[in-house]
Design a protein around this ligand. Structure first.
Ligand SMILES: [Zn+2]
Length: 356
């Protein structure tokens, strides 16, 4: 017994953050959005090497699969290990059986002399790091596999870099995957994106977005709460809405429950059907998810009201393109104990670097 559903889609992930759990505390306690980026994420991504990127992605993909998430739209950054990073993430996901759409988040926040800045003036020149990041995006697009063009956020790129990213996306007929107005400091992002954004862009967060933009708004409720950036009120937006995790795992049924709890906190009259629409929009962004058949340990996962009020639902098996990739709740293509063990070794190396 047990319901079956298509695969779930995580419409915004950072697979590189899988190894962040248990990392050493930052040197100073962050007190606002920018200091969270500076004290946690920008230290973490700068410490990554390609071995860490690979095992972080592999563990993240395996855990996604064990949650019923078969498709991940990833946004990657490893400024000291850019070349080849996207093909390693793809390889790690494919070895697990998870479909992935990759993008490298270009940024000008690292200056050519190795120093970094919190925000980048629009008129400044493109940095070497952004150029290498754009090349990594181009390589992924040329491979013919699923990919987009990643931009970190408009406040960390120059106009030159932003336009180059937009042009590259147009050249390959894909969208740009970009963080927008996550914190108040980036509330003016729409001014620079209004004339560039297209319907195939992924607008991540939009918590402080003052006007709708072309593209899909990707809502990451747990991350927004974790970073205390406020509530996006996605149900009020005229933009289509999909769900992501922003790197806090890829358990999409769980993220959907968090989204529902947050929605009901803001509006008691809100229906779970709204969450259902967001899940379906996520699948539209990754249509191959409908080729995946997930069988659950609970009979009514296909009912959104059951799903919202039944914590702990788990997939028992997953068939993807006719291939059994999860059986008895465990991945069949990789040994999960080995993946956990190898990832733990890389996490140890990473945490030692961060403590130094
Ligand atoms: Zn993100």
């Amino acid at each position: 017994m047990g319901a079956t559903t298509p695969g779930f889609v995580c419409a915004h992930h950072h697979l590189y953050s899988t190894l962040a759990r248990g990392m050493p505390s930052p040197p100073q306690t962050p007190t606002n959005f920018i200091s969270v980026l500076k004290q946690v994420w920008w230290r973490l991504d700068a410490a990554l090497d390609l071995d860490m990127v690979y095992w972080s992605a592999k563990l993240g993909a395996a855990e996604a699969l064990m949650s019923g998430t078969t498709c991940i739209i990833d946004h990657h950054e490893s400024p000291n290990a850019i070349d080849g990073s996207l093909s390693l993430i793809r390889q790690a996901c494919e070895e697990v059986g998870v479909r992935v759409n990759v993008a490298y988040g270009v940024t000008d926040r690292w200056r050519d002399d190795g120093s970094s800045v919190d925000s980048v003036s629009p008129g400044s020149a493109m940095t070497k790091g952004a150029r290498i990041g754009l090349e990594e995006n181009r390589r992924a697009l040329q491979s013919g596999h699923a990919a987009m063009v990643g931009v970190h956020a408009s406040f960390t790129v120059s106009d030159e870099t932003l336009h180059a990213a937009s042009d590259l996306a147009s050249e390959f007929g894909v969208g740009v995957h970009i963080h927008v107005a996550e914190g108040r400091d980036d509330a003016g992002a729409a001014d620079r994106l209004r004339d560039l954004a297209r319907d195939n862009w992924l607008i991540i967060h939009g918590v402080h977005l003052k006007e709708p933009l072309p593209g899909t708004l990707i809502h990451n409720p747990r991350s927004n709460m974790n970073n205390s950036v406020g509530y996006a009120h996605p149900h009020r937006s005229s933009m289509p809405v999909a769900l992501g995790t922003d790197g806090i795992g890829a358990d999409m049924p769980e993220e959907a429950r968090v989204a529902f709890a947050r929605l009901r906190e803001a509006d008691l009259t809100a229906s779970a059907d709204t969450i259902s629409q967001w899940i379906e929009r996520s699948r539209e962004l990754f249509p191959a998810s409908r080729n995946d058949v997930v069988t659950w340990n609970y009979d009514h996962v296909d009912s959104i009201w059951h799903l919202m009020y039944t914590p702990g639902t788990r997939p028992t098996s997953i068939v993807s393109d006719g291939r059994l990739i999860l059986d008895n709740g465990l991945p069949t293509l990789v040994d999960i104990d080995e993946v956990r063990s190898k990832a733990a070794q890389q996490a140890k190396r990473l945490h030692e670097r961060l403590a130094a």
